[in-house]
Design a binder for this molecule. Structure first.
Ligand SMILES: [Ca+2]
Ligand SMILES: [Ca+2]
Length: 186
């Protein structure tokens, strides 16, 4: 058996770069949760909101998409009846391809009692693989995260926010995109 007669496969550089084409997993939360769902395996739900959150000194004042109080984002409201370490999760629709994708999102974690935001890759066979996390308060602004993801079968992306010890722990997310290719190609 020889492969010497096979012509080399041409390399098309552009197939390696991230595409800017929207996907069904993108969501700016302006209308609804798009193709993301509230988990029922957690302790409470994410809240879709616009403007500031109900607690002072925590949470965003505007969303990220519009930068105005007319734009929506999702967040965890940690005031009563929430208790420390309770978790809220949203999960994507199934992702069935095995090609590398670039997950980007904007997150807001400001307040004395901010705990943790986790992002997991969940396949049916496993409890989920943690591939991005941030713990603790940042400045009072939106930050962008971007990370390459690759599943070896059908999987979902899951965002999980954890309640801290106190009311100043609102954690928000906005403008999720999932695009073909590596983030480094952009
Ligand atoms: Ca938004
Ligand atoms: Ca829930």
């Amino acid at each position: 058996m020889t492969s010497s007669t096979l012509a080399p496969v041409p390399t098309v550089a552009t197939t390696m770069a991230s595409s800017s084409a929207p996907s069904i997993y993108d969501c700016n939360f302006e209308q609804n949760l798009c193709n993301w769902s509230q988990s029922i395996s957690d302790e409470f739900d994410w809240t879709r909101n616009k403007g500031r959150t109900s607690s002072s000194d925590t949470g965003p004042i505007t969303d990220h998409t519009t930068g105005t109080d007319a734009g929506f984002y999702i967040y965890i409201e940690v005031s009563a009846p929430r208790k420390p370490n309770q978790k809220a999760q949203i999960v994507s629709a199934n992702i069935v391809t095995t090609t590398t994708k670039c997950l980007r999102f904007w997150y807001h974690m400001y307040g004395l009692n901010i705990k943790t935001l986790n992002v997991y890759l969940k396949s049916s066979a496993t409890p989920g693989k943690l591939f991005w996390t941030h713990k603790g308060s940042l400045s009072n602004k939106w930050y962008q995260a971007q990370v390459d993801i690759q599943g070896n079968s059908t999987y979902k992306i899951m965002f999980e926010a954890v309640v801290g010890h106190g009311v100043r722990g609102d954690i928000a997310v906005d403008d999720i995109t999932v695009r073909e290719g590596s983030c480094a190609g952009l």
